[in-house]
Design a protein around this ligand. Structure first.
Ligand SMILES: [Zn+2]
Length: 524
């Protein structure tokens, strides 16, 4: 059974008669949202789809925690603007947009970047913006209530801590962050709170202002995370949420929030699923040191939307896995194609069927597509020329399918960005210096190949492969000995054509390229 269905069953079992189930995710727009954090959205989304498949009504929410304090200035921001350190401690929505684009503030800029990529993946989301919710006063009564219950909240939190509770700390404890009305920073000392009048007095350490506000009317106050989270579970009626594995540790924020939800807000905590981290492999040091952040939008440059959905649906949530920037991407496309073929012809196993129910995008037509491997092998050979590539595909008796254009675009980006070693350039003149180094016997073989190619009406990859094989193989030698000879000849052909010891798959190269572009290089 697919994990999304297992979780859906658990949600239904816990509360079988609920009219509409709520699956939620969330994150802070602290900068470009990393593809690893995409699991915050993908896991509840797939669970929502599984609930729908079981005939249930579902709301799928994603909360932007844009009323959180800015903690640090990311590299891509400090590169374009100076002085953003002064906004540390302000909510993301009170920080100016550093990029001068139309979005009204810092939070909105990164929210839009994320939401656009999510939309391209065919994922429909009901977004909730926490600045809007807080500053509209929607949570004002909950804030007042949490302030009134502050000592109980303190006691609950202390049961999860190893240090001793102290009366002094208990007296000073306030489960809120207050943003100063003058400078918007959260560096304030709360001096008092009156449970009867709801008046709170704070002193700002940044601008020096001291002010008394009524928390039912002053809305720039945010509950601390472990109180904010359960308060919002109740506000939205959340049944399921996912979060990083750190939230799921015993005594971690989910455990604490569960008790606060029950004891303070009278709400049963949702089913929670912790997820493992995503790592990266094969990113060159150049990319990691310059602070390039792999966002969903960046991943969409080399994966199709369906492939990203497939990757995120495939792994169990607890599994940590790596995002690769090497031939693994090609393997992923091949695996996807194999699964899709079985899904389309009805032979898929149960898990594969569920997987493709989740990763295919509603309203789009699917069929078996030109393989990404073929496209990415041929594209550098034809110098990424679209028309030549289509001709080359036809020459190989393959079909240029409706989504081949999209795959070509992804392959072009992928090879040029992450695999420049696969780019080969034909020599402009004969490699005379190299020709002098090869033996007469080797020259004879090159001449044979040249004559064969000149005389072939159309060069077919399988035929040229057989020809080369027949020319160089000696039936009296062992397989291993013949392999060494083949390798030697390939090195010769590559040096004559590209001036390098390695190159593209030769049979494909001969079949896909214009004969006139290379034939003279072999005329030795
Ligand atoms: Zn201030």
């Amino acid at each position: 059974m697919h994990w999304s269905e297992r979780i859906a069953d658990k949600i239904i079992e816990r509360d079988p008669n609920k009219d509409c189930y709520v699956c939620a995710g969330g994150g802070s727009p602290s900068g470009s949202i990393h593809i690893g954090n995409f699991r915050d959205l993908a896991i509840p989304y797939f669970v929502a789809l599984a609930l729908k498949k079981k005939g249930k009504k579902v709301r799928f929410l994603y909360s932007f925690d844009d009323f959180d304090r800015m903690r640090k200035v990311p590299v891509n921001v400090s590169k374009v603007v100076d002085g953003y350190d002064e906004y540390i401690g302000c909510p993301y929505t009170y920080v100016p947009n550093p990029f001068g684009t139309e979005e009204p503030n810092y939070g909105a800029y990164f929210e839009k970047e994320f939401a656009e990529a999510v939309e391209r993946m065919g994922i429909e989301v009901e977004y909730i913006y926490q600045t809007k919710e807080y500053t509209s006063g929607r949570y004002a009564k909950d804030v007042a209530y949490a302030l009134e219950k502050r000592k109980e909240i303190y006691d609950i939190q202390m049961t999860f801590k190893s240090q001793e509770a102290s009366d002094e700390d208990r007296e000073k404890y306030y489960p809120v962050a207050v943003y100063c009305s003058k400078c918007h920073h959260d560096q304030v000392v709360i001096e008092s709170y009156n449970d009867e009048t709801h008046e709170l007095t704070y002193h700002c350490k940044i601008c020096g202002q001291t002010e008394t506000v009524n928390v039912l009317e002053y809305f720039d106050i945010k509950l601390a995370w472990k109180i904010d989270w359960p308060m919002r579970w109740r506000a939205e009626g959340v049944d399921f949420e996912a979060g990083g594995i750190d939230h799921a540790t015993p005594g971690g924020s989910y455990d604490v929030s569960t008790v606060i939800a029950k004891e303070i807000f009278g709400y049963q905590a949702p089913v929670f699923q912790g997820y493992g981290w995503l790592g990266f492999q094969g990113v060159s040091s150049m990319h990691s040191s310059s602070g390039i952040n792999i966002t969903p939008a960046a991943a969409l440059k080399f994966y199709t939307p369906e492939l990203i959905r497939w990757l995120f649906a495939k792994y169990e949530p607890e599994d940590a896995y790596n995002f690769y920037f090497d031939d693994t991407i090609i393997r992923h496309y091949s695996e996807f194609d194999k699964g899709l073929a079985s899904y389309l012809d009805g032979t898929a196993e149960e898990f594969t069927k569920s997987l493709f129910d989740l990763c295919l995008i509603e309203g789009r037509e699917y069929q078996n597509e030109t393989s990404f491997n073929t496209i990415s092998s041929l594209a550098p050979i034809v110098n990424f020329n679209h028309e030549s590539l289509k001709k080359a595909i036809a020459a190989l008796d393959l079909e240029w399918t409706p989504r081949a254009d999209e795959r070509f675009e992804k392959a072009t980006y992928f090879i040029n960005t992450y695999q420049p070693e696969k780019l080969f350039k034909l020599l402009e003149e004969k490699n005379t210096a190299y020709i002098e180094t090869i033996t007469d016997e080797e020259k004879t073989i090159v001449k044979k190949l040249h004559d064969y190619l000149v005389n072939a009406e159309t060069v077919k990859d399988k035929e040229v492969q057989q020809f080369i094989y027949d020319c160089v193989n000696n039936p009296e030698l062992t397989k291993k000995e013949n392999m060494a000879i083949q390798q030697r000849y390939f090195k010769i052909f590559y040096n004559l054509l590209f001036g390098t010891d390695a190159g593209p798959r030769l049979y494909l190269f001969f079949a896909a390229s214009e004969k006139s572009s290379y034939i003279e290089l072999l005329n030795i």
